[in-house]
Design a protein around this ligand. Structure first.
Ligand code: NI
Length: 255
């Protein structure tokens, strides 16, 4: 059965058909879903959502593009949830995003560090978002000894050389819809390089739908296309990809 390691079902794009869609997952081979908080509001919604479905778990954290909205009150709530809510399995998504100019890098780094320290205090793995910020992300994770928490580099977009550094730190590599794109040669190389026991399946729904649904709203039902493409690249069976990545996700999230 498939383990969806990264989705945002709290997103407004699911407002009209959320219950029906999620309700169809078990009969479509989806065993677990981790809903990922990315803003103050989405963390609160994620906590509500995972209460409703046995097979849903949560990661809570604030994405680098949203850190300017963090308040002291929210950060206290976040730590309390991570400490006491048994369905919260990780801190994330957190990291650095230099694609946009705002919020300023100093602020992104400050909250990345504070959320890493929180994960270390609460012994949780971290879900990393890193875009156009390879060097700073690795330097901070290395300096803050993120090997102690472990976790995943979600929607991995860097080179084999970068992948090797994160694998050496004990991290998993999250592979999603981009792997099905014809022109994603760098990610195809990385997928071939990373051992199957270090890959996690993810969609980042509602974003980044794979071929043949590229450009449409994404959902975990599309994970079959991603697993098929990984199987092809690694020359293993589809079933092996599904089974191994499920084991990996359970190990990482502690489920
Ligand atoms: Ni995401």
């Amino acid at each position: 059965m498939i383990f969806e390691t990264h989705a945002h079902y709290d997103d407004e794009q699911f407002h009209d058909d959320r219950a029906g869609l999620i309700g169809s997952f078990p009969q479509n081979g989806i065993e677990y879903v981790v809903n990922i908080g990315s803003s103050v509001e989405s963390c609160i919604k994620t906590v509500e959502l995972v209460k409703q479905y046995d097979f849903f778990y949560a990661a809570l954290g604030v994405h680098p593009s949203e850190v300017q909205y963090i308040t002291d009150e929210f950060f206290e709530w976040l730590e309390e949830e991570i400490k006491t809510n048994l369905k919260v399995k990780a801190v994330g998504e957190i990291g650095l995003d230099y694609y946009w100019q705002e919020p300023e890098r100093r602020l992104q780094k400050m909250w990345f560090e504070r959320q890493i320290e929180l994960a270390k205090r609460r012994h949780k793995p971290i879900v990393i978002h890193s875009r156009d910020a390879a060097k700073d992300t690795y330097d901070m994770m290395s300096a803050l000894k993120c090997g102690e928490t472990g976790g995943v580099i979600h929607c991995f977009s860097y080179s084999i050389e970068e992948a090797k550094k994160y694998l050496d730190m004990g991290f998993y590599i999250g592979i999603g819809g981009v792997v099905t794109f014809k022109n994603a040669r760098k990610l195809h190389e990385v997928t071939q390089y990373v051992p199957l026991d270090r890959i996690l399946l993810e969609t980042d729904s509602p974003y980044l739908a794979p071929e043949p649904n590229r450009g449409k709203r994404n959902s975990s039902l599309n994970l079959t296309y991603i697993a098929e493409r990984i199987a092809e690249i690694k020359n293993v069976s589809y079933e092996q990809v599904v089974e191994k990545t499920n084991e990996n996700a359970r190990r990482m999230y502690g489920i």
